[in-house]
Design a protein around this ligand. Structure first.
Ligand code: PLP
Length: 343
């Protein structure tokens, strides 16, 4: 809220006005912004609020869940209906409220990017997800909300495993109870290593992997057997790695991204069209990056074309790589070489 106010004021001082405020809420980890305050602030300046609610299509469908973006006054909200609700992957919805945003203009904008051959499979799956919710909107999430509480309680009892506990962070106004982030760093394990064991030995598939934690999404398809399997997996990790002396310091040296020392020499467009060469990682230091270097998960680029390659970014990438992250977007996923721009 304060950040939004500051950004609006800064623009005003330059004699400009924000065309819209764009907020991502909830985040991948389920952290929600105070959208009702932000929407009041935006509307007092006649600025529309647009919310990336990709992870929140289910919000507002249970009394213990945060309200949805539209319920909190957003003008536009984009939801990945496929993420927590049950439509097919790739299907999503754009919701509008009020008349601050011109509906006809939105339709025209959509026409410029949409296919002329919509997938009726995807559209039907969206309608099925809507129908599923509308049958019993008050109670549909009751069972999985109970499972989420049970999962948190059971995981919290396992030695060496930490559950991200949002209520203890007073600056977060709300969180999604169906997202659970579990830390494994006290066991000296990276999120990637723990994830590998959970998939291979327990068939547990996570939503997002971090350097020292894993985030899980509970949805309408989750059942008690899934929760118990996940808990067994973490008990196994705790029992196997908790006594592993010497490893617990191993993750302390992982730096947190994003870095604040980003130096763009070329625009991504100029870098895209520039002539390039492949150099060893050691030689790439100080060169202009020629490719999008993205550890996956989470799929957020660490270096983009046009940016100067720093020792910090290289250390971070190599550390993630050695701990099991897959590097995507690059010519050499092992990162022994990097494509750089000729200058
Ligand atoms: C915050 C956020 N917005 C948008 C998207 C993209 O959503 P979709 O995969 O439905 O295109 C994602 C994907 O994970 C996301 O995390």
């Amino acid at each position: 809220m304060l950040q939004v106010e500051k950004a609006i004021k800064e623009l005003e001082m330059e004699g400009r006005k924000a065309a819209a405020v764009f907020v991502t809420s909830p985040t991948y980890h389920g952290i929600c912004s105070n959208l009702s305050e932000i929407s009041k602030l935006c509307h007092s300046c006649n600025i529309p609020l647009i919310v990336d609610e990709a992870h929140g299509a289910h919000l507002g469908f249970h009394p213990s869940m945060p309200c949805s973006a539209l319920q909190q006054g957003a003008d536009l909200a984009v939801q990945s209906t496929h993420k927590v609700l049950c439509s097919l992957t790739q299907s999503s919805m754009l919701h509008m409220s009020g008349n601050r945003v011109d509906r006809e203009r939105i339709c025209k904008c959509l026409q410029t990017i949409q296919s002329t051959s919509p997938s009726y499979l995807l559209l039907a799956s969206l309608d099925a997800a809507r129908a599923q919710l509308s049958e019993n909107p008050e109670t549909i999430f009751n069972k999985v909300m109970e499972l989420a509480v049970e999962m948190r309680t059971l995981i919290n009892k396992i030695p060496g495993i930490a559950v991200l506990d949002f209520p203890s962070f007073s600056s977060f106004p709300a969180f999604d109870p169906l997202r659970i982030t579990i830390g494994v760093w006290q066991l000296g394990l990276s999120g990637y290593e723990a994830d590998h064991i959970l998939i291979k030995d327990y068939g547990v598939v996570s939503e997002l992997i971090g350097s020292g934690s894993i985030t899980f999404a509970i949805n309408l398809g989750t059942c008690r057997e899934h929760v118990l399997r996940l808990v067994s997996g973490f008990k196994h990790l705790s029992g196997t790695f908790s006594l592993n002396q010497g490893m617990s310091q191993r993750l302390d040296d992982i730096e947190c991204s994003p870095f604040d020392d980003i130096n763009m020499i070329l625009s991504p467009r100029d870098a895209f069209f520039a002539s390039k060469r492949k150099v060893s990682v050691r030689e790439s230091l100080g060169e202009i990056c020629g490719e999008l270097i993205t550890p996956f998960p989470p799929g957020i680029p660490v270096l983009i074309p046009g940016e100067v390659i720093t020792q910090r970014a290289l250390n971070y990438l190599l550390q993630l790589r050695s701990r099991g992250a897959v590097i995507t977007g690059v010519a050499d996923p092992l990162l022994s070489s990097i494509v750089v721009c000729n200058t």
